[in-house]
Design a protein around this ligand. Structure first.
Ligand code: PLP
Length: 400
């Protein structure tokens, strides 16, 4: 067999046997360490996507590896008929980090979409005796691919093939005026991302979350913040809503809180904590000791190593590095902490991603005009130096 035949073999296997719901992968990866991964041909990549804002500690971090190994050897799964110390500890930890106080409660599932399903059901429980049937979400929002989370997602091209979706959801523009005009006493909940990651790292307008808090409170609606991409310290605060100094009724979490181990969750505040009653929701795997032990270890390490602060500092430096490259293809940067969007002057995002791969760098095209960058929260000067060199070369090649 020729070298090319060997290197392309995984592509034909993928093409033949993996469900056609996703496109052809960029590479077949074999191992990782810190902010680097290696493919099946031994090529090294600086991973500035971190599994789409998931690998908060980078790859194969000793704390992560030890937590998986130790808990797997002790007790991996028990079902919702039992509780375990890791589950109790994670609920206490995440309620504390979210600032949900004495009334805070947590529910755990296995993914972001599942967390948003739990949040959607929470909205239905805030039905005001049957009069609250409306749920507001934002145009361009991304909340997941299951039927409920897809109903909350404001991207018509993702929804169309799967309609009819669960009803009552309306998508409004992300402006205070639109929210003010749309909200009334028939609204059960408003769900928002603090930064719309999938839409291209788009921040909410200044004052939006504060206004949303005020308007939802006035009308008895829940304010649910989707922290799946922005949580676990990524934006330079434990959760994105904390930059606005508001207290939501619920947040959903996933991605970074597991650092690479699948886990999602719903955290409720105040009166929202008493909406779910016995038997209303559940998940066989949800909150199992393996996932919660790993999440405790990941969040504990983020705390111990000051990685929330690191995300703030390194995020600002990363944006300076992008500006310093001085590429005519770059129109500017958006985002907060280590969730960065590079706005392109041309619809060249796919070409930039391809050139980045060729130059040993993993980034992502959030849309035609935006490169999304979400590295591990552990990065320092050395990774930023490498990033600047590789991204600079990729941008030069893509604009040639
Ligand atoms: N919500 C947001 C804001 C997300 O970014 C994502 C995933 O990208 C999801 C929900 C869905 O999470 P998952 O892919 O774990 O179902």
């Amino acid at each position: 067999m020729t070298a090319t035949a060997v290197s392309n073999d995984w592509r034909s296997r993928f093409d033949e046997r993996i469900m056609r719901s996703i496109g052809m992968p960029l590479a077949k990866l074999e191992r990782g360490e810190g902010a680097y991964v290696w493919d099946d041909e031994g090529r090294e990549y600086l991973d500035f996507l971190a599994g789409i804002a998931v690998n908060a500690l980078g790859h194969a971090h000793p704390v992560f590896v030890e937590a998986v190994a130790q808990q797997a050897a002790r007790l991996a799964h028990v079902s919702n008929y039992f509780t375990t110390e890791p589950a109790l500890e994670l609920a206490e930890r995440i309620v504390r980090l979210a600032g949900a106080g004495d009334e805070g409660r947590a529910w755990f599932g296995n993914s972001g979409a599942e967390a948003n399903e739990a949040a959607f059901k929470l909205a239905r429980l805030n039905n005001g005796g049957g009069g609250r049937t409306r749920v507001l979400a934002l145009v361009d929002a991304f909340h997941g691919r299951t039927m409920g989370s897809l109903a909350l997602t404001g991207k018509p091209h993702m929804r169309q093939a799967f309609e009819p979706l669960p009803g009552g959801v309306e998508h409004i523009p992300a402006t205070i005026e639109a929210l003010d005009a749309s909200i009334d006493d028939a609204v059960a909940a408003l769900i928002v991302e603090p930064i719309q990651g999938e839409a291209g790292v788009v921040e909410l307008p200044a004052g939006f979350l504060e206004a949303a808090r005020e308007l939802t409170r006035r009308h008895g609606a829940l304010l649910i913040v989707d922290e799946i991409q922005t949580g676990a310290g990524r934006t330079g605060a434990w959760f994105g809503f904390q930059h606005a100094g508001i207290v939501p009724d619920a947040i959903t979490v996933a991605k970074g809180i597991g650092g690479g181990f699948p886990i999602g969750g719903l955290v409720t505040f105040g009166r929202a904590s008493s909406l779910y009653q016995k038997g209303m929701h559940g998940s066989t795997f949800g909150g199992n000791p393996l996932a919660t032990a790993v999440s405790n270890a990941v969040l504990g390490e983020i705390e111990r190593a000051g990685l929330v602060e690191n995300a703030a500092v390194r995020g600002a430096q990363l944006r300076e590095r992008v500006a310093r490259i001085g590429s005519p293809l770059v129109a500017g940067t958006r985002g907060r902490g280590l969730l960065v969007g590079v706005a392109l002057a041309d619809p060249a995002a796919q070409a930039v991603v391809a050139e980045s791969m060729r130059h040993g760098l993993i980034v992502n095209a959030a849309n035609d005009h935006t490169i999304r960058i979400a590295p591990p929260l552990t990065i320092g000067d050395a990774e930023l130096d490498e990033f600047e060199a590789r991204f600079g070369a990729a941008l030069a090649a893509a604009s040639a």
